[in-house]
Design a protein around this ligand. Structure first.
Ligand code: ADP
Ligand code: MG
Ligand code: ZN
Length: 315
């Protein structure tokens, strides 16, 4: 039997603002644990968030560079979950009206040749969580909230990616665009660009997608590539053995080259989303959006095309 891979990515990028998304703490990487923290980003009762204007600007800038429609009236929602890296016990994110929708990135088509578009379903603004550090030596877990409240964009693709190579090229293109726009340093080793990889397989020519799995927080190109190849193989083997792929979240261990089951996939319902009552909706004028568009730099593809024609270079 011939199988095809279907893959969609959720890419998280930390924005290069000076301060966090809802408070004045620095976003600087590193620092002594729990020193870039205040009463707001540590979730003290009675405190209120205020949106960092620069985050909205960077989100619009990114959306325009990625050919998106900008949502003139967008708002924040509360995503509830209880976990020690999230002191408020909810993340402020956008579910119902994300700031950007319906964009695309062009990549090489690894199956049919030529070019193809990977469609972007949406881009939304949200806050990063803290970081848990599992200390095997003392057999305990520590938490560092420095990263808590660092602004993130989540860029969600449609399942238009058909191979590990295409996924890597898509993330490379995204990274170049984000860097040209100056919205993120995209340092994968510092976690400022990381991808959740969704993979399913189906028989060639099938009309319906197979059941997908998700591998979270992959932070190198090599790991993205390896994870997709290994997961494709694992799913094909299951199907060939007459078993079923289970929809779940898996942990990819790049050093061992295997993924293991983490938990069954959660639904939007599980997060009990509701409109964030502490923040007003954001209304963006035409003037504001066009103002940002006028400051966009020449983007990587345009620059490449110009170099090829002006300097007679090969691709
Ligand atoms: P959820 O909200 O449950 O995370 P979404 O529909 O928003 O699910 O999809 C999340 C990601 O999974 C998107 O990037 C999407 O392209 C991808 N995806 C959805 N269905 C499939 C599938 N059958 N195979 C591979 N990727 C998929
Ligand atoms: Mg998702
Ligand atoms: Zn703070």
């Amino acid at each position: 039997m011939d199988y095809v891979t279907v893959c969609g990515l959720e890419v998280h990028t930390e924005l290069a603002t000076k301060t966090k998304i809802f408070c004045n703490c620095t976003t600087e990487f590193g620092g002594e644990p729990n020193t870039h923290v205040c009463e707001i980003c540590s979730g003290m009762p009675g405190t209120l968030p205020v949106v960092n204007k620069r985050v909205v600007e960077f989100a619009v800038r990114t959306g325009l560079a990625l050919n998106c429609e900008i949502t003139r009236y967008n708002k924040f929602d509360r995503k509830n979950y209880f976990y020690p890296d999230l002191p408020k016990a909810y993340q402020i994110s956008q579910l119902y009206l994300p700031i950007c929708r319906n964009g695309w990135v062009e990549i090489n088509d690894s199956v049919n040749g030529g070019k193809k578009k990977v469609r972007i379903h949406e881009i939304h603004m949200e806050e990063d969580a803290g970081k848990l550090v599992h200390d095997d030596w003392t057999d305990c877990t520590l938490v560092n909230y420095n990263r808590c409240g660092v602004p993130l964009l989540e860029i969600v693709s449609e399942p238009d990616i058909a191979s590990a190579d295409e996924a890597v090229e898509y993330v490379e293109k995204l990274r170049a665009i984000l860097q040209f726009c100056g919205v993120s340093d995209c340092k994968m080793q510092e976690g400022s660009l990381r991808a959740d990889v969704n993979v399913s397989v189906m028989e060639k020519g099938a009309k319906e997608f197979g059941t997908r799995t998700e591998m979270k927080n992959i932070n190198s190109f090599k790991a993205i590539h390896n994870a997709i190849e290994a997961e494709t193989e694992r799913q094909i083997e299951l199907i060939e053995d007459g078993e079923k792929v289970v929809q779940e979240t898996r942990r990819w261990d790049d050093s061992k080259g295997v993924s293991t089951s983490m938990r069954s996939k959660e639904d939007a319902q599980d997060y009990k989303y509701f409109p964030e009552p502490d923040l007003p909706p954001i209304k963006l004028s035409e003037e504001y959006i066009e103002g940002i568009r006028s400051t966009l730099p020449e983007l990587p593809e345009a620059k490449k095309a110009r170099y090829i024609s002006d300097y007679s270079l090969t691709e």
